[in-house]
Design a protein around this ligand. Structure first.
Ligand SMILES: *[C@@H]1O[C@H](CO)[C@@H](O)[C@H](O)[C@H]1NC(C)=O
Ligand SMILES: *[C@@H]1O[C@H](CO)[C@@H](O)[C@H](O)[C@H]1NC(C)=O
Ligand SMILES: *[C@@H]1O[C@H](CO)[C@@H](O)[C@H](O)[C@H]1NC(C)=O
Ligand SMILES: *[C@@H]1O[C@H](CO)[C@@H](O)[C@H](O)[C@H]1NC(C)=O
Ligand SMILES: *[C@@H]1O[C@H](CO)[C@@H](O)[C@H](O)[C@H]1NC(C)=O
Ligand SMILES: *[C@@H]1O[C@H](CO)[C@@H](O)[C@H](O)[C@H]1NC(C)=O
Ligand SMILES: *[C@@H]1O[C@H](CO)[C@@H](O)[C@H](O)[C@H]1NC(C)=O
Ligand SMILES: *[C@@H]1O[C@H](CO)[C@@H](O)[C@H](O)[C@H]1NC(C)=O
Ligand SMILES: *[C@@H]1O[C@H](CO)[C@@H](O)[C@H](O)[C@H]1NC(C)=O
Ligand SMILES: *[C@@H]1O[C@H](CO)[C@@H](O)[C@H](O)[C@H]1NC(C)=O
Ligand SMILES: *[C@@H]1O[C@H](CO)[C@@H](O)[C@H](O)[C@H]1NC(C)=O
Length: 558
């Protein structure tokens, strides 16, 4: 499978590309922090090493709670490696998400591989959206991608959990074959803002071999590129010292240099649009054994703009040169040129080049405390609502069913303001984690089978305006603090074992006293013989119902 190569250089690139090289014996390279998921493999399938890379893949079961498993058709198998043969597709719900444990504030290389392979026999390659948390990452369109497609991004994690979501956008079903995360070295691939979307990653060699793990300790995939009309290739067998960016030894061990000593080394690419911002990483090492009078020194320019006035690659040591600010190219056409300085006796050289476009993820994720609390509530009650995946509040169109949030300002973390689990078959006690939803205004747990007492902590949620616990099996007595909470609509109807000492409840009602204006709601039933009699019929029925109840426990406040 392939990345989408930039149009301008795609043709040349394809000449050299092989689909996966199995040149590497499996070495015991550190896969620390790697997550390699073979999506769609069976829950009980033990982890295995992919023979072509030595990477240890495991099932995606446990990272996603929805979807069905499939397998590409036999006729396509030969061009793909084992982890891409199986897949998970998502017939249910609109957004389905993988949740991954990550290290906070760390740059991750995140790769997702998609191979349709007519798994469903419909000959209808799907198109769908891929989200990173609450933000759109890319639209994946499998049309015409017989060889599959890879989406790659370098993204700094904001918390210790990362969600990758597949979103249905039409009639076709989202699907995924592998999902891979590799933590990168701190302080590499930094951006001023936004994340880095893969554009291309070339090493300048005619080898024809793709390079990835274990040669690349971060499992970046390097494609060979060589313009034989203009360049000669330098190679070395000597060891080249690594740098922070750690391009693989085999990548740095070859370089391109103009055939003519006086020629400019150039490379051009076409960006998706004239306003596209990008970052560029040039990896250099002097791999030629220089004679004592030799110097190699060159000027680096991008579209004629000076990037580096005099650069000399380090002998047998990698050095990576990059802009620390995002760049743009006029008309979206970029031309990188290395020009020999007058003093230099040798032409310029280039070993490897990476370009990423900047992708902004402006939507903030939901407040982490709220996320943890709501997930804990989900676990407590074993809720398996299909929409309860991904970020609870955002984007707005995927708001979890039964929640409401304040999510108007994308630069502020949304918070949960309403939790409505009315008629959701809840059993057990009222979950303690509800108290961690500190911005909650409405809580509706009515018409379930909740037992135990009405917890006092509800009175501690300052913002609460509505609590509906009607139609449950709650018992004990209602905490006074709750009854006395100002401006609260409390509905406890239909909990036959609940003791709400009449006096107290009446008092609360009566207490309105000093602060009558604060009693938001028109009526408090138990006081209100007069009110009841004098007011709407509805309230008469409420009153009657109370009388006929065998306990005086039931209570309600409107
Ligand atoms: C992720 O971390 C949570 C606790 O932070 C843990 O309960 C869970 O098992 C972890 N998941 C995986 C797949 O490691
Ligand atoms: C898929 O890869 C094969 C080589 O394995 C190539 O011949 C074919 O053109 C590729 N198809 C597309 C659509 O890129
Ligand atoms: C990365 O580096 C920054 C500062 O350079 C530091 O604050 C941060 O803790 C480092 N993160 C890790 C995971 O080492
Ligand atoms: C370098 O420039 C020459 C002449 O302008 C052009 O023919 C060639 O395609 C360029 N090479 C690359 C790799 O862009
Ligand atoms: C390579 O690294 C080693 C150990 O850090 C150092 O001794 C040696 O001088 C370095 N070689 C070059 C060419 O920089
Ligand atoms: C709720 O908040 C308390 C105190 O801040 C904390 O100890 C607890 O872990 C939180 N529970 C959840 C599920 O976040
Ligand atoms: C909770 O949802 C139910 C229907 O699903 C609705 O009737 C009820 O009014 C909602 N509760 C609140 C407080 O909005
Ligand atoms: C509650 O349980 C009943 C019976 O098991 C089931 O029919 C109903 O769909 C469930 N409701 C919800 C909201 O889960
Ligand atoms: C509620 O739970 C109790 C005990 O757990 C059970 O006996 C009762 O049938 C349940 N009621 C409903 C309506 O599910
Ligand atoms: C629960 O009570 C609140 C306040 O009285 C009301 O807004 C809500 O609609 C009720 N929920 C249901 C399911 O009737
Ligand atoms: C409330 O019910 C639970 C069982 O659901 C029981 O353990 C507890 O003792 C009851 N509390 C009171 C005050 O009746």
């Amino acid at each position: 499978m392939e990345y989408d190569h930039p149009q301008a250089i795609r043709l040349c690139a394809l000449i050299f590309v092989t689909f996966y090289a199995l040149l590497h014996l499996v070495e015991a390279q550190d896969q620390k922090g790697f997550i390699s998921l073979d999506c769609g493999s069976l829950p009980n399938e033990p982890p295995y090493n992919d023979p072509s890379t030595g990477l240890a893949y495991s099932t995606d079961d446990g990272f996603v709670h929805s979807g069905k498993t499939g397998r590409i058709q036999k006729e396509f198998e030969s061009i793909f490696s084992k982890p891409s043969l199986k897949l998970r597709y998502f017939p249910d719900g609109v957004r389905n998400c993988y949740t991954l444990n990550v290290t906070q504030d760390t740059n991750y290389l995140i790769k997702a591989v998609f191979v349709y392979g007519n798994y469903d026999g419909l000959n209808n390659p799907p198109s769908f959206d891929l989200y990173l948390g609450p933000n759109l990452w890319v639209t994946v369109d499998m049309n015409g991608r017989t060889n599959g497609t890879i989406q790659e991004i370098i993204h700094k994690t904001l918390s210790n959990s990362l969600q990758v979501c597949l979103v249905k956008t039409g009639t076709s079903l989202p699907m995924i074959n592998t999902l891979e995360l590799r933590p990168l070295k701190n302080n590499t691939y930094n951006t001023q803002s936004g994340s880095l979307k893969y554009f291309f990653r070339y090493y300048f060699s005619g080898s024809g071999q793709n390079i990835r793990y274990p040669d690349d300790v971060y499992d970046r995939k390097w494609y060979p590129f060589f313009d034989a009309k203009e360049w000669t290739e330098l190679t070395t067998n000597l060891n080249i010292n690594s740098s922070g960016y750690a391009p693989p030894q085999v990548v740095m061990a070859s370089a391109s240099t103009p055939i003519s000593t006086f020629a400019t080394w150039n490379f051009s690419w076409l960006l998706p649009s004239t306003t596209t911002q990008f970052y560029m990483y040039m990896h250099f090492a002097e791999i030629q054994t220089l004679r004592s009078l030799d110097t190699r020194e060159f000027k680096v320019t991008l579209n004629g703009k000076l990037a580096y006035e005099r650069y000399s690659p380090k002998t047998l040591a990698t050095e990576t040169i990059f802009y620390s600010t995002p760049q743009q190219c006029e008309d979206g056409t970029c031309l990188l040129e290395l020009t020999k300085t007058p003093k230099s006796t040798l032409p310029p050289l280039m070993n490897a080049l990476e370009v990423f476009t900047v992708i902004d993820f402006p939507q903030m994720e939901t407040n982490l405390d709220d996320v943890v609390a709501i997930k804990s509530i989900q676990n407590t009650y074993g809720l398996s609502k299909i929409s309860w995946q991904g970020d609870p509040c955002v984007p707005k169109q995927f708001l979890w069913d039964g929640l409401n949030c304040n999510n108007l300002d994308i630069s502020m973390p949304p918070v949960v303001t309403s939790l409505n689990l009315s008629s959701s078959n809840l059993t057990g006690i009222i979950a303690h984690d509800i108290q961690n939803l500190t911005h909650l205004q409405e809580l509706d747990l009515s018409n379930n089978n909740l037992t135990g007492e009405v917890p006092e902590f509800l009175a501690g949620i300052k913002s609460l305006l509505v609590i509906n616990l009607s139609g449950n099996n709650l018992n004990g007595s209602v905490p006074q603090t709750l009854l006395q909470k100002k401006g609260l609509k409390l509905n406890l109807e239909g909990n036959t074992n609940l003791i709400c000492p009449d006096g107290l409840c009446v008092n609360k009602a009566g207490n309105g006293g000093a602060k009558k204006t604060n009693v938001v709601i028109p009526v408090v039933a138990s006081v209100a013989f007069v009110v009841v009699l004098g007011s709407a019929l509805a309230f008469f029925f409420v009153f009657r119902k109370k009388k006929t109840s065998n306990s005086q426990g039931m209570h309600k406040k409107f």
